[in-house]
Design a protein around this ligand. Structure first.
Ligand SMILES: *Cc1c(COP(=O)(O)O)cnc(C)c1O
Length: 485
């Protein structure tokens, strides 16, 4: 037996793991005999990029300089509505980097990763408590995949009752992923208009609801930052006709510890851990979209599921009604560690306080900018507020110009042209982690921009003027990206 030090620092027991031609314990086998030295294909060795001959210090300076061109929550306020770009405590990063978590191989047998499995089981319980629902899967890799998983569960539930339905109701304020997820599951998405106050009217839902409708997807608070106050009645209408209520929980940052969706009629709900529960995101980095369900839907959740027996945790696949796997292995485990660390360090009171401050901050911004920008719905909001360019249109200024000019003032632009129901929408989500001083500076920047729009609109049309690049042709940039600099 030879023992070698693997690159991971683990002692590899060579013959045991890699006995040639035989199946290892994890089911993989090496081919019999010596592995021939593979010649590298020509396209990998010649004709590739011509790498410059540079010293270490030149490379370090180059990348350090580039990193200062980036904008993130560590640089400044990032009011991207619907995305919850809050500051994520660094301690959560440290827990996720602990070697026992970060080096654990996903094929480790359960008895070698009890801590990781226990963390998953406890996180599932915490999320069930926060959502007021009974069972949770941590597998989905993002909110959109959580939606698809939830739709698969909803579909499996209807099938188990013997009759499949064909439609799903989607409010006109919904995130674009909602109709896409419903359609991926074979349902026809049916848009439901919101009323003049920006919320769903139960009588409209009642008028549309029939026994061919599998359910409704509701984001609460919705993407206008308004609480769907009639949700209980809508749940009753949908349930009475045998449908289910799917909750899009991407906006949970407004209500965690305050509202339990399971107690107001929601049957299935996804959360975005990378929005609400502390994972830095943006640029398409890893996320997690756990799905919580009511007790009688639990048997449809993806496998494997973490099960505790006699104080030991194991991963079990024997759930015959399960919709199956939706992702390799056990989801984005590092994101789960961050969420666990966040929830446990905040505690129930801390989570509630975070939501209350997020709502307070959004209302502060809304109230102070009221006379400056046109408010789409002039009423108290939850965690985000939506303005429009209506008052700037006379000077030929559009939302895009305002957003670009904000970059000159050192801010990340807010979400623009979403939700679609507001013409020229500009959606600000300040989050709970901004101080009053920072909010004041941001508000003053927008006030200054509104003044510029009236007095010198050309300045806005040409913005940004102080950034590394001027206004880009975004369509051309996406179609013909220049990747070599
Ligand atoms: C972000 C978001 C989603 C999608 O989540 P991803 O993690 O980006 O896939 C769905 N619904 C709403 C309301 C969102 O804000």
């Amino acid at each position: 037996m030879t023992e070698t030090l693997g690159t991971s620092g683990l002692i590899l027991n060579e013959p045991l793991l890699w006995e040639r031609g035989k199946k290892g314990r994890c089911g993989y086998s090496m081919p019999p005999g010596d592995v021939p030295e593979a010649p590298l294909p020509a396209e990998l060795t010649g004709g590739g990029p011509d790498f410059p001959d540079l010293s270490e210090v030149e490379v370090v300076r180059h990348y350090t300089r580039l990193s200062t061109w980036n904008f993130g929550v560590d640089t400044g306020l990032y009011p991207l509505g619907s995305c919850t770009m809050k500051y994520n405590p660094k301690t959560n990063e440290r827990q996720a980097a602990l070697p026992g978590f970060s080096s654990a191989h996903p094929l480790l047998p359960a008895f070698l990763c009890q801590g990781a499995l226990r963390l998953m089981a406890e996180l599932e319980r915490d999320l069930a408590e926060i959502t007021g629902l009974d069972a949770v899967t941590l597998q989905p890799a993002a909110g959109a995949q959580g939606e698809l998983t939830g739709m698969l569960v909803l579909h499996a539930w209807h099938r188990s009752r013997g009759r499949q339905r064909t439609k799903i109701f989607i409010p006109d304020t919904a995130h674009g992923t909602n109709p896409a997820s419903a359609a991926l599951c074979g349902y026809a998405p049916v848009p439901v208009p919101s009323d003049g106050r920006g919320v769903l009217d139960p009588s409209v839902v009642a008028g549309l609801m029939d026994e061919d409708t599998a359910g409704i997807m509701i984001t609460n608070p919705n993407t206008l930052g308004l609480f769907e106050e009639n949700i209980r009645e809508i749940a009753r209408i949908v349930h009475d006709k045998g449908g289910l209520l799917y909750g899009d929980g991407a906006n949970m940052n407004a209500v965690m510890g305050v509202v339990k969706p399971g107690q107001i009629g929601v049957d299935i709900l996804h959360l975005n851990l990378h929005k609400t529960f502390s994972t830095p995101h943006g640029g398409g980095g890893p996320g997690a979209g756990p799905v919580a369900v009511r007790k009688d839907l639990a048997r449809f959740l993806p496998v494997p599921r973490v099960v505790e027996r006699d104080g030991l945790y194991e991963l079990r696949e024997d759930f015959p009604d399960s919709v199956g796997r939706v992702l390799a292995f056990h989801g984005h485990f590092g994101v789960l560690v961050r969420a666990y660390s966040y929830i446990r360090s905040m505690g129930p009171e801390g989570l509630k306080m975070a939501s209350r401050l997020a709502v307070l901050n959004a209302n502060y911004v809304r109230e102070r900018l009221k006379g400056t920008l046109h408010l789409a719905f002039d009423r108290p909001c939850m965690h985000e507020c939506v303005f429009s360019d209506q008052d700037q249109q006379a000077s030929g200024i559009m939302t895009l110009d305002i957003a670009k000019r904000l970059m000159d003032y050192g801010y990340h632009p807010p979400t623009i042209y979403f939700p679609l129901v507001v013409h020229g929408a500009l959606m600000i989500e300040p989050t709970e982690t901004e101080s009053k001083e920072d909010l004041d500076r941001f508000i003053e920047a927008l006030q200054a921009i509104a003044k510029e729009a009236a007095e010198n609109p050309q300045l806005l049309r040409e913005a940004p003027g102080r950034c590394k690049v001027r206004r880009l042709d975004e369509t051309a940039a996406a179609r013909n990206p220049c990747l070599t600099g």
